[in-house]
Design a protein around this ligand. Structure first.
Ligand code: ZN
Length: 91
């Protein structure tokens, strides 16, 4: 369980650190969606860390965290698809 939390944390951290310069308003919107999913993942992971040892609540929160993690990577791939198709990713 500890390793699940550690992995989720490092994923979220990696996501959150990337803030590319963007001139495209569509990409900016997509990035904001993605960033808010990352923040949600951080919060869920913190709650999860506090629930270690409490079997029922931990399981519920773990399921929720998995969902948020899915949302996070979905938002990420939408953004990357947009960058690939629109070639608007700035440097
Ligand atoms: Zn674009």
């Amino acid at each position: 369980m500890r390793s699940f939390i550690a992995t989720t944390r490092s994923n979220a951290r990696r996501c959150g650190l990337e803030t590319p310069f963007m001139i495209c308003p569509i990409a900016t919107n997509l990035f904001e969606d993605y960033a808010s999913a990352v923040m949600e993942l951080f919060d869920a992971t913190d709650r999860l860390a506090n629930l270690v040892g409490q079997h029922g609540p931990f399981e519920d929160e773990r399921k929720y965290t998995e969902q948020v993690r899915g949302k996070c990577s979905a938002a990420r791939s939408v953004l990357e698809q947009h960058w690939a198709q629109h070639t608007c990713r700035g440097t």
